[in-house]
Design a protein around this ligand. Structure first.
Ligand code: ADP
Length: 465
């Protein structure tokens, strides 16, 4: 017998005893006294009533406690538990219920953590994710998807065709839905800028009734652009190398094919030599470009007297300048020093000076200006040469771009010079720009970091020619 049964038994026995005593009290000499009997009946009825209430309370109270705890848990109160009644047999039930609530709570917590983890992963993904149910309604999209397709507001539960009205995307999703294998392809997404997005869609599960579709989208615009540039570069480089090679082959075969006068042989050999130089220049430029682009040859900055360097370069070009009847000079209001990789700065100035000489006619002037501008030095190489058409200004820094390909080839240029210049300037932490007018001349201006301890002494530099 447990405690509740024992309590009930005691209370029932007490009631019966009272009823017996009252029954005896209701008789006198074996005769029932009606008045006493009536009182006894009332007392017994009252006792029975009290007993039944106590019994009901004993049965219902624990259930109410359970209901209240269930309500609190439902409201999200993780601390809600049934209270123990010490030495009460209900404690067994209380313990069981509390243990059940504990384990439910732990599972709920684990599920919550899993969902949070999943949300964090989704939010960090650079790929756009879209999950559809079996009716092609949206179950889930992540932030990247919203940004990629410019989708905002509540989308959960909405048909995907209402949210994304791009035929290419609809086509991909319907192919995935109707097929058994995942589908993927590049999609051109036209907005204010056109982007290339690689999309992959698959139904899930692969076999059996379709529960939904999962699609992943990745913006590959830049990757495809770089790919295109690389392919163009290889095609251009091969073409540029093949041209002199074909020439060398032709002249070599002609030399080998028959007797020639010494003058003819000399002319043939001269062409071969010119083309060999051209190939060597091209290969040198290609190697320079590849080294700079791959970040190779870490810059080695030091204090560089820019004016002195420019003057040396102008002086080294004296013969070329004299031959082309061009005058060059270096001007500066002060004697500024830069904090740069000397070889890189020398290569930039040399390329710009060579171009200024190449693309100028007789009697032109070249001026190299060096001016401090706060933290940087602004260096410009200006000529009064043939100039560059406006529509070509944006393209001249591209690899192999030449305004006049035949003139450039004739003078042995590779079309890589300015591309190398721009990379070097950027590697030195500077920028480069160009201004030009056809028939009037061009000015290339770039910046380099100024040496911190630069002593701002004015230097009057005599013109060099
Ligand atoms: P290239 O080896 O052909 O000179 P660059 O990359 O140095 O190649 O220059 C690209 C093109 O820009 C040249 O082919 C030429 O058409 C034009 N260009 C460069 N510098 C000048 C300049 N100072 N004046 C006029 N045109 C120039």
């Amino acid at each position: 017998m447990n405690r509740i049964q024992f309590k009930l038994f005691v209370r029932l026995a007490a009631c019966l005893a009272v009823a017996l005593v009252l029954g005896l009290a209701a008789t006198r000499n074996g005769e029932l006294v009606p008045a006493r009997a009536a009182i006894a009946l009332v007392v017994v009825a009252a006792l029975a009533n009290l007993l039944s209430r106590a019994f009901a309370r004993m049965m219902v109270e624990p259930l109410e406690d359970v209901a209240e705890v269930a309500r609190r848990i439902g409201r999200g109160d993780a601390e809600a538990r049934l209270l123990f009644h010490l030495h009460d047999e209900r404690d067994t039930v209380v313990g069981a219920v509390n243990r059940m609530v504990d384990s439910m709570q732990a599972e709920l917590e684990q599920t919550r953590r899993n969902v949070q983890q999943l949300e964090a992963v989704m939010a960090e993904m650079i790929e756009g994710v879209l999950v559809l149910d079996s009716n092609d309604r949206i179950v889930l999209v992540n932030t990247s998807f919203r940004e990629l397709f410019d989708v905002w507001g509540e989308v959960q539960g909405r048909p995907v065709v209402e949210v994304i009205r791009l035929p290419a995307v609809s086509e991909l999703l319907s192919q995935a839905r109707d097929g058994s294998e995942p589908v993927f392809e590049d999609l051109d997404i036209r907005g204010h800028v056109t982007r290339t997005v690689w999309g992959r869609a698959a139904r899930f599960p692969r076999a059996g009734a379709r529960a939904g579709t999962l699609a992943v989208f990745h913006d590959v615009t830049e990757i495809r652009r770089v790919d295109r540039v690389r392919r163009d570069f290889i095609a251009n480089a091969s073409h540029e190398l093949r041209t002199p090679l074909t020439s060398i082959q032709g002249y070599a075969e002609s030399l080998a094919s028959g007797p020639m006068t010494p003058a003819e042989v000399e002319a043939h050999v001269a062409v071969i030599q010119r083309n060999v130089h051209r190939m060597r220049d091209l290969i040198d430029d290609l190697m320079d470009l590849s080294r700079i682009e791959s970040g190779g040859g870490a810059p080695d900055p030091s204090r560089v007297d820019v004016v002195k360097l420019a003057q040396t370069l102008v002086s080294d070009a004296r013969t070329r300048l004299a031959h082309a009847k061009i005058e060059a000079r270096v001007r500066t209001p002060v004697a500024p020093t830069a904090w740069v990789d000397r070889k890189a700065l020398e290569q930039v100035l040399e390329n710009l000076l060579t171009n200024a000489i190449r693309y100028s006619d007789e009697g032109a002037n070249i001026t190299i200006d060096v001016e401090p501008r706060g933290e940087v030095l602004e260096i410009s190489v200006a000529d009064t040469g043939i100039g560059i058409p406006e529509e070509a200004l944006d393209r001249i820094f591209e690899r192999f771009y030449r305004v006049d390909a035949s003139r450039s080839r004739a003078i042995g240029s590779t079309g890589l010079g300015l591309s190398i210049v721009r990379h070097l300037v950027q590697a030195m932490g500077g920028t480069i720009r160009v201004e030009s007018r056809v028939g009037q001349g061009s000015r290339f201006t770039f910046t380099v970091p100024r040496d911190r301890d630069d002593s701002e002494t004015t230097s009057a530099t005599p013109p060099l020619s």
